[in-house]
Design a protein around this ligand. Structure first.
Ligand code: SAH
Length: 254
């Protein structure tokens, strides 16, 4: 029997935002591999599955474990939050394939997409990603901080809406503040900034600020930060949070 390996994205949090294709892959798996917090989101299977829980930091090691299980004939699902290709396990898996056993290249490997945090966050406040946008992870665990600064600057110069993943953690409390300070050299202090914590869950929290006085301390590991372009605007409403959107047309701009 030949095994198979599927890397799935559970979506941002609520079960309703997990796609039916991902739910099917989970139900058919003999073995689940992933960070323990994500495995805890997978409903128990009636047929009984082995769960291989691991720490969040050992992605390539976990990918190698999953590949070895698939090579031994198991039906393996590797679990990510959001989308598995966005700062997540799918890349770690291919890194392991590239450097690993030649026979792993013949395995039946599939990637099942999921709703990434940025899309769920945007939907909470309106349509901030309606124009051109880019995505940057602020974590310097896997790349140099100077690279992050260069990309932030390029994104600001390009007037992209910017979606920041990994804006802060206990080990990196200052980086979002540094990112805001850098962006202020290029962008207006009136630029809209949206913080969405636990997007796509019933506990979602949204905060809207302006770049000039945005408080970086409001972000944690479960927060997605959206920074508007020069076109991103707010539609004020009485008694409710404003809608935030970026118009698709920039024709009125010289
Ligand atoms: N693969 C995931 C991203 C992993 S990186 C995805 O596609 O969503 C982890 C970062 O994603 C977190 O630090 C946070 O910035 C963001 N994130 C993940 N889930 C989130 C959620 N429900 N709400 C807000 N941000 C979230």
């Amino acid at each position: 029997m030949s095994g198979k390996l599927t890397v799935v994205g559970l979506g941002p949090g609520s079960a309703e935002l997990t796609t039916p294709a991902v739910s099917r892959a989970l139900a058919e798996a003999t073995d689940l591999v992933g960070y323990v917090t994500y495995l805890d989101r997978v409903p128990p299977s009636p047929v009984g599955q082995r769960r291989h829980a691991s720490d969040n930091r050992v992605e390539v090691e976990r990918a190698r474990e999953a590949l070895a299980l698939a090579a031994a004939g198991k039906s393996v699902v590797v679990v990510s939050s959001g989308d598995p290709g966005v700062f997540a396990m799918a890349s770690a898996l291919f890194e392991a394939v590239e450097a690993g056993e030649p026979s792993w290249r013949a395995l039946d490997i599939r990637i099942e997409p999921g709703v990434t945090a940025m899309l769920a966050a945007a939907a909470h406040v309106g349509a901030p990603l309606g124009g051109d946008f880019c995505t940057i992870s602020l974590s310097d665990n896997l790349k140099a901080w100077s690279t992050i600064e260069r990309r932030l600057e390029a994104a600001a110069q390009g007037d992209f809406v910017i979606a920041l993943y990994n804006p802060a953690s206990v080990a990196r409390p200052d980086q979002l503040g540094r990112a805001f300070a850098l962006l202020q050299r290029w962008k207006s202090p009136d630029t809209l900034v949206v913080f969405v914590k636990a997007a796509g869950t019933p506990n979602a929290e949204t905060r809207i600020a302006r770049l000039g006085d945005a408080d970086a301390a409001g972000a944690d590991m479960r927060t997605l930060v959206l920074i508007g372009s020069s076109q991103t605007r707010a539609i004020e409403r009485s008694g409710a949070a404003p809608w935030i959107y970026t118009p698709r047309s920039e024709r009125d701009i010289a």
